[in-house]
Ligand binder design. Structure first.
Ligand SMILES: *[C@@H]1O[C@H](CO)[C@@H](O)[C@H](O)[C@H]1NC(C)=O
Ligand SMILES: *[C@@H]1O[C@H](CO)[C@@H](O)[C@H](O)[C@H]1NC(C)=O
Ligand SMILES: *[C@@H]1O[C@H](CO)[C@@H](O)[C@H](O)[C@H]1NC(C)=O
Ligand SMILES: *[C@@H]1O[C@H](CO)[C@@H](O)[C@H](O)[C@H]1NC(C)=O
Ligand SMILES: *[C@@H]1O[C@H](CO)[C@@H](O)[C@H](O)[C@H]1NC(C)=O
Ligand SMILES: *[C@@H]1O[C@H](CO)[C@@H](O)[C@H](O)[C@H]1NC(C)=O
Ligand SMILES: *[C@@H]1O[C@H](CO)[C@@H](O)[C@H](O)[C@H]1NC(C)=O
Ligand SMILES: *[C@@H]1O[C@H](CO)[C@@H](O)[C@H](O)[C@H]1NC(C)=O
Ligand SMILES: *[C@@H]1O[C@H](CO)[C@@H](O)[C@H](O)[C@H]1NC(C)=O
Ligand SMILES: *[C@@H]1O[C@H](CO)[C@@H](O)[C@H](O)[C@H]1NC(C)=O
Ligand SMILES: *[C@@H]1O[C@H](CO)[C@@H](O)[C@H](O)[C@H]1NC(C)=O
Ligand SMILES: *[C@@H]1O[C@H](CO)[C@@H](O)[C@H](O)[C@H]1NC(C)=O
Length: 560
């Protein structure tokens, strides 16, 4: 016998229990975007649920489009949308980027977003090896995606933009020969009253499973504002059967809005007094789990009939008499639905968790359950790389075409940092501390990236950069290495650099660079090229040795 650990905090919330129901107003989410990845069609495609899909060209700069054969695809997936994908052969990560402000259908601001990323392998590459790769959003870890030979794998997250106005979804390559790909990306604004009591804006909500116990195949109601997919439970054991509600109308105004098609049907255990739920699919299981259960009576009960049951979490060992009494039996309403939410359910790494629905004393009918969802709260959302740094990197990308393939957050999530930067270890809002722009064939002049004031290392060697060496390079207070070797800079070396005694400066092989300037000239110089007074103080104690050997080697010797 294994004693399952149990989180002492178990909350049972009964929503809308028989009395207070709101007026039915169908509220549809402001749909931001449904992207058909790998489709470069300029004409939007409208699927059978009237959902409009657009091609992905303007949301991603990299990757190649591929087509996939979509035979035997479950009907919740549109064959046209799943019939194309985008594959990423290069870079450690590749990203989709959506500007939120421009995409909302009305002018109200979008605070929460719901994202679904879907992956249909379909052996598009004839290799019969569905790849595994990493999924990320706005610098945060999302999950590992293990695609499959059959069917569609999809991931969902809900999170608060916290004032940001862009949504970035990245695919990171984690294994050699496992090329990341994506079939579709759906982004919707999220009504924050849904799943409300556990959506702290600083944490993302990741869905794990969503089941409709009475349905026999997956459903995706066109009326469900998020297009949530409810899977059937294929593991029901006899004598548990699927039943449909006799109710002609079903009022569904419970918070989390399961679609009617799901709440209208249920699983009923005809024989045993217990109906057990156990979690399936533990590949991405984390603790604690939050669980929603939905109940709706399927028949009109007469005066002698009664259906009531108790819900036991993680085993009767812990939930005997006292707790059962505390939570009391549940009696599902007819023609309406009831939602029960459990927070912080402990998951045993080996055994998962168990929820049992057990017939209560006095109940003449066996227990039933209509639907189930579970999810977990992710790690705290990151701020993202310091925005001054991000803007400056953007200027560099604008100036140099060689850098334009890099997308997403430059530093996060670790270790998916851009190849040509290094960052400090602050995982919430990192600074860029190094630029490795050597050997890239960069031409032209450097843009002003002076805002990146945490830089310690800048390597621009072996390019074809021209024009003067910008003076701001000498103003980075933490810079200790500046390599400008093998370029075609001209003009004079700025005093700001010559005076920085802490700097290892290499300007070798810049044939057009003037050697007129040196540290002692700079000391006397009072023009605008002179850095701040504090730097001058350092400079006074420095001397400069210039050795000319066909090229220029400058070394700073600190005499102190
Ligand atoms: C996969 O095989 C099919 C049939 O042999 C062929 O038509 C298709 O071009 C192949 N695709 C790739 C990516 O090799
Ligand atoms: C959410 O939590 C607040 C207080 O924590 C409570 O008053 C409210 O009833 C809860 N809402 C739901 C739908 O459970
Ligand atoms: C109900 O359970 C009893 C005892 O376990 C068993 O004998 C019987 O066959 C079951 N009935 C059905 C319909 O499964
Ligand atoms: C419910 O779970 C208990 C304990 O694991 C088990 O003994 C019982 O057979 C289960 N009932 C059903 C209907 O699966
Ligand atoms: C209630 O319904 C059950 C099952 O149909 C039936 O056996 C019972 O007689 C009914 N009781 C009353 C009071 O109508
Ligand atoms: C149900 O009733 C029996 C007999 O009266 C009692 O032993 C048992 O503890 C009751 N169960 C619950 C869950 O209250
Ligand atoms: C970026 O870093 C600088 C220097 O530490 C800081 O002053 C600034 O507030 C940071 N920007 C953001 C958006 O955090
Ligand atoms: C993401 O996951 C990696 C590896 O598990 C971890 O090192 C990192 O701290 C996580 N979070 C971020 C924001 O990078
Ligand atoms: C200089 O950069 C070019 C690419 O622009 C590369 O082919 C060459 O090998 C580099 N030279 C050295 C010495 O690294
Ligand atoms: C370097 O720049 C000068 C003009 O400043 C130009 O005349 C020369 O051809 C350039 N050299 C190389 C190798 O590009
Ligand atoms: C600095 O340059 C001036 C003028 O070219 C020269 O006279 C002086 O010797 C140089 N000083 C050093 C330390 O090289
Ligand atoms: C710098 O100024 C000092 C004193 O004013 C003078 O002796 C020295 O020659 C000047 N050096 C240069 C390079 O102009």
């Amino acid at each position: 016998m294994h004693a399952l650990n149990l989180n002492p905090l178990l909350l049972l919330l009964l929503f809308s229990h028989l009395s207070c129901f709101h007026i039915v107003v169908p509220v549809f989410a402001k749909v931001l975007m449904s992207i058909d990845c790998g489709s470069s069609s300029l004409k939007p495609y409208t699927d059978k649920n009237s959902l409009v899909w657009v091609g992905d060209d303007q949301y991603v700069q990299t990757g190649e489009t591929r087509s996939v054969k979509t035979k035997d695809l479950p009907s919740v997936w549109d064959p046209h949308v799943m019939g194309t994908l985008r594959e990423f052969r290069t870079r450690n990560k590749n990203c989709y980027s959506l500007d939120v402000d421009n995409k909302a259908e009305d002018s109200t601001s979008v605070e929460w977003v719901f994202i679904r990323a879907s992956f249909y392998y379909g052996n598009y590459d004839n290799k019969s090896t569905p790849p595994t790769f990493h999924l990320q959003f706005n610098g945060n870890n999302w999950t590992q995606v293990e695609t499959s030979m059959e069917g569609v794998v999809y991931k969902e997250v809900v999170y608060s933009l916290n004032g940001k106005n862009n949504i970035i979804v990245c695919l990171g390559q984690t294994q050699v020969d496992h090329l990341p790909f994506i079939s579709s990306l759906e982004v919707k604004s999220w009504e924050s009253d849904t799943y409300s009591n556990y959506t702290d804006p600083n944490y993302p909500l990741f869905f794990n499973a969503r089941l409709g116990y009475g349905i026999s195949s997956a459903v995706r109601s066109s009326k469900d504002r998020y297009g949530r997919i409810w899977a059937p439970d294929d593991h029901l054991l006899a004598p548990t059967v699927k039943v449909r509600s006799s109710s002609t109308s079903l009022k569904l105004n419970i918070d989390d809005n399961p679609p009617e098609i799901v709440t209208r049907s249920a699983a009923v255990n005809l024989n045993s007094s217990a109906l057990n739920l156990t979690i399936v699919g533990t590949t991405d299981l984390r603790v604690p789990i939050h669980v929603n259960l939905y109940f709706s009576e399927v028949m009109i009960l007469n005066s002698t009939q009664k259906r009531s049951f108790n819900i036991i979490v993680n085993g009767f060992v812990f939930y005997s008499g006292e707790l059962l009494q505390k939570f009391g039996p549940v009696s599902p309403p007819h023609g309406r639905a009831l939602e029960v939410h459990f927070e912080n359910v402990y998951v045993d790494p080996l055994f998962g968790y168990k929820i049992e629905i057990v017939r209560a004393n006095g109940s003449t009918l066996p227990p039933l359950v209509n639907a189930f969802e579970d999810f977990y709260i992710g790690d705290k959302l990151v701020q993202g790389t310091n925005s001054s740094d991000v803007i400056s990197l953007g200027l560099l990308q604008k100036s140099f075409i060689q850098l334009q393939d890099w997308s997403g957050d430059p530093c996060l999530p670790s270790p998916f940092t851009w190849d040509w930067v290094a960052c400090d270890s602050d995982t919430d809002s990192p600074r860029v501390i190094a630029l490795y722009l050597n050997d890239l064939g960069l031409t032209g002049s450097l843009p002003d990236f002076s805002a990146m004031d945490a830089l310690e290392t800048i390597d621009l060697s072996n390019n074809s950069l021209t024009n003067e060496i910008p003076e701001f390079l000498g103003k980075f207070s933490k810079l200790d290495t500046l390599n400008l070797e093998d370029n075609n800079f001209s003009g004079e070396i700025p005093c700001s650099l010559l005076k920085n005694s802490n700097l290892k400066l290499n300007v070798n092989n810049n044939p057009s660079l003037s050697t007129n300037n040196n540290a002692s000239i700079c000391q006397n110089n009072t023009d605008s090229r002179i850095p701040s007074a504090s730097n001058i103080k350092h400079c006074i104690a420095s001397a400069l040795k210039v050795i000319i050997l066909g090229s220029i080697i400058i070394q700073m010797l600190i005499i102190m």
